[in-house]
Write a protein that binds this ligand. Sequence first.
Ligand code: SF4
Length: 201
Amino acid sequence: MPVLVNFKICDNSRDCSGIEACPTGAFYWDEDNKTIAVDDSKCSACGGCEKSCPVGAIRVAKNSKEYSRIKKEIDADTRKVSDLFIDRYGAEPKDPAFLISQDKFDIQILESVKMSVVELFDNDSIMCLLYSIPISVLFEGMDIKYRKIRMKDDSLLGRYDVGKLPCLLFFRDGKIVGKIEGYFGIEKKKEILSKVTEIIS
Ligand code: SF4
């Protein structure tokens, strides 16, 4: 049985890309049990289903040793499907309440009575959804106003000398007090958290 599906991060859909990618019909939608399933007798271990999954939920083991290793990894995975779709730094927001248009920047950010952080972004890639820092972790317990703006033109970038997106700009009383540029994946969590703390304190 070479194929393992990590159902912790799989949305178990009949439209699963693995079904389309499978050349033998081994990877299929089981209508009776309402789940994706694999028919081992038809599987050639080609790896097509693994490559097709945008969130890495499908894994194909080459041998029993690899199968046990992947199974252990999946058992230890603490992520949930919802973790893939919460608001993350550099990614399209899940909740449109965070999203403002560029022309609302002055009133929402510069005229805010609270310390404000605005995230300028233009990237809604699946990599950002999967591996960026969740916003809830980044600003946990901090009394700030947080908004996101998808870049339509370069006006804000020029105004605040931004060279790289995504970018966090920090404002107090209408004045910029900090800037963090570039993408930070989950492996750089400590680094970005210490930058945020330094700016806010
Ligand atoms: S490894 Fe290949 S044959 Fe097996 S289920 Fe995946 S796509 Fe189908």
